[in-house]
Design a binder for this molecule. Sequence first.
Ligand SMILES: [Zn+2]
Length: 110
Amino acid sequence: MNCVCCGQEMIDDFTTFNVIKGGAVYITEDVPCWRCPVCEHVTFTQDVAKQLEKYSSGRSLPGKSYKAWVYKWGDPIIEIPLIASPSSSQDIIFAHTQNESKDEPIVIKM
Ligand SMILES: [Zn+2]
């Protein structure tokens, strides 16, 4: 398959597909795609596109639960202070448990 943008032969690859529809954010990871090695244009087969439509229809749920952090550029944000890790000087980030009732952050060492 050749790139519709620059004509280069496209390669088999995987991508993350993000779309905002009806006020909801849909993110699909590890999506098989064709990628242009020159201009990075990505295209999907019809079967993959159909499945992506299903994933972003709002009528299906993922098997695992994720939280998405959605920002609008320029909007005010609330900064969360970093808690120093006593055992290491490595960077830490916060993630929330998948249990919605407990909103305690868990610390992931990077
Ligand atoms: Zn291209």
